[in-house]
Design a protein around this ligand. Structure first.
Ligand code: NDP
Length: 434
């Protein structure tokens, strides 16, 4: 903490993890004796680089690029690329650290990594995005490969960006479909990858509720964000009979008590790349609130799905969620809930589903994309979706069982951290000091 105090998100993620794994370490002192925890906290490799590019008006621009290759005990480094102005080393390290345990929980052979840049894609032309992606890949390609490190998308990096990144990689290294995941379907992307994180999140909640003798049908749900994760969480929740009351972007939020029109949100955000405020023009009965967090809205709902960004829910928002009657909070985003808010929520009986378990569907399908690329065979949507469903069921059950063994029922954070850690730690121990 003394050394990395200037990296608050990284400290937050490590602290949240360390506070929960003690019961496992007490039962298994070998991991302390061999200092596995000490090794795990330090990334295997941290790459930071310059990304020069030219704007449409001929200006010489520069951004910082990152790739954190955190842990390869279970397989090639795997994790998304984020393009957002808030990106810095602290955010990259927290995301890569979380990714280790998330990937471990999928039970698939993937290590943990993350990368990105402080480049802001908002308002940039297609040509600018392409030139930036090409420059970013000119450096990144030295460090990645299908058996070495396989990046994917994250905030600000969707099919278009992955396409440009892949094109540049191919120009420099030749055809290697398995070097990136989240690729468009036209060149070996996986069906259901676009939907995977949002659908997977809802499958996780489905299995949790099923375990309690309940279901998503007729539940009222609130979602933050209106990007990739949010849109497909809304779609699947509604397919399972829930009503999604609202969603948001970084400018404000909408409330539509008839249920959010998911196709309209897709049209605004995915096709027109516009603002959520445009929703009102087509749905005058809905309300739009500018420059405010959706978690400050006073309205009754049972399920909260934060799918926008880190630290969206602090103590004030948590108090409103409790007042609104929330029973389950499942994280589509990475670390959207601050540590103190998380404790306030669980103390009030809210079941908290940590992102590293609940949003693991995206990376799980990315690993299935790697498998399809290695086989050179595409799987059907139904095949991938059904694998995703059973992976999420398995993650839920693993977290729930581990929680009961080491902490208490419904302490899914402890369950996820210990189960994720155990698999990585065993592999590290077996592989020795490397
Ligand atoms: P997108 O870029 O597609 O969408 C992000 C959404 O969040 C946008 O609607 C954006 O609004 C909104 N947003 C960003 N910052 C804020 C803010 N400060 N306040 C309110 N809204 C905000 O990203 P994804 O959907 O891919 O990712 C969302 C989260 O899910 C991230 O935490 C990511 O790490 C995590 N995640 C993503 C996975 C994936 O497969 N994509 C996998 C696992 C986790 P605007 O349009 O205004 O920018």
């Amino acid at each position: 903490k003394e050394k990395y105090g200037y990296q608050p998100e990284y400290i937050q993620a490590v602290e949240e993890f360390l506070t929960t794994v003690t019961p496992f370490l007490e039962k298994n002192p070998i991991y302390c004796e061999k200092n596995i925890l000490g090794q795990l906290i330090i990334p295997e490799r941290l790459i930071e680089f310059r990304v020069p590019w030219m704007s449409d008006s001929g200006e010489w621009m520069v951004n910082t690029g990152y790739r954190i290759q955190y842990n390869s005990a279970l397989g090639p480094y795997k994790g998304g690329l984020r393009f957002h102005p808030s990106v810095n080393q602290s955010i990259m390290k927290f995301l890569a650290f979380e990714q280790i345990f998330k990937n471990s929980l999928t039970s698939l052979p993937i290590g943990g990594g993350k990368g990105g840049s402080d480049f802001d894609p908002k308002g940039k032309s297609d040509g600018e995005i392409m030139r930036f992606c090409q420059s970013f890949m000119q450096e990144l390609q030295k460090h990645i490969g299908p058996s070495m490190d396989v990046p994917a998308g994250d905030m600000g990096v969707g099919g278009r960006e992955i396409g440009y990144l892949y094109g540049e990689y191919k120009r420099l290294n030749g055809y290697q479909a398995g070097v990136l995941t989240g690729k468009p379907l036209t060149f070996w992307g996986s069906l259901a990858r676009t939907e995977a994180t949002g659908y997977g999140l809802v499958y996780f909640v489905k299995y949790l509720l099923q375990d309690k003798g309940d279901a998503l049908k007729d539940k009222r749900v609130m979602v933050s964000g209106s990007g990739n994760v949010a849109i497909y969480a809304i779609e699947k929740a509604q397919e399972l009979g829930a009503t999604v009351l609202g969603c948001s972007d970084s400018s404000g939020y909408i409330i539509d008590e008839d249920g959010v029109d998911c196709e309209l949100v897709k049209e605004i955000k995915e096709v027109k790349r516009g603002r959520l405020s445009d929703y009102i023009a087509a749905k005058p009965n809905a309300k739009y609130v500018e420059n405010a967090s959706i978690w400050t809205e006073n309205i009754a709902y049972e399920v909260a799905l934060p799918c926008a960004t880190q630290n969206e829910i602090g103590l004030d928002e948590a108090a409103i969620l409790i007042k609104n009657g929330v029973k389950v909070l499942a994280e589509g985003a990475n670390m959207p809930t601050k540590l103190e808010a998380l404790h306030q929520l669980t103390d009030s009986g809210v079941i908290y589903c940590p992102g590293k378990a609940a949003n693991a569907g995206g990376v799980a399908v990315s690993a299935l994309e790697m498998a399809q690329n290695a086989q050179r065979l595409p799987w059907t949507f139904e095949q991938v979706d059904s694998e995703l469903d059973s992976i999420m069921k398995n993650i839920y059950e693993t977290c729930a069982t581990t929680a009961k063994e080491y902490a208490k029922e419904d302490d899914l954070l402890t369950g996820a951290n210990i189960a994720g850690f155990e698999r990585v730690a065993k592999a590290m121990l077996a592989q020795g000091l490397v």
